[in-house]
Design a protein around this ligand. Sequence first.
Ligand code: NI
Length: 175
Amino acid sequence: MAIRKILTQGDPVLNKICHPVTKFDDKLADLLDDLRETLDNAKGVGLAAPQVGILRRAVIVVPDPETEEMIELVNPEIVAQEGEEDGWEGCLSLPGMWGRVKRPKWVKVRAQDRQGNWFETEGAELAARCFCHELDHLDGHMYDEHTDRLYTSEEVDAMMTEEESESHKGRRRRR
Ligand code: NI
């Protein structure tokens, strides 16, 4: 396993459409292991293969930051969604910045695991946001396309009362 370099906005790789994964081999396992280690090291809640320069449809998400459990999604697709929710979003490829983005309140995702077996998973609120954000990366999209403006961490903190800031600290994690 190795920690890979996370590309930041401006790198053209982040705006490319990723290819489906067709081989469920050791190379894919290595990529997923590296994504896990890179995400853990960056203390984020999601990471997509293009963020480390690999144009393949593979992402890691942490649907519940409390448990920190990582889910691997290969060739993921959103197959159902409900509702809408406005919330803060950040990205490891846009360090230090935050934006308000509208996402579905609930989504169901169909994906393959590292052996190629199809499965379904679902998530609400933060988890739904995380799934949508990561899947966007696979089509070359960044969250700043869905928001009017970006804020620095200091601006976000200044906009919240101290109490709100405490309760939101854990929620404002980058993907
Ligand atoms: Ni991101």
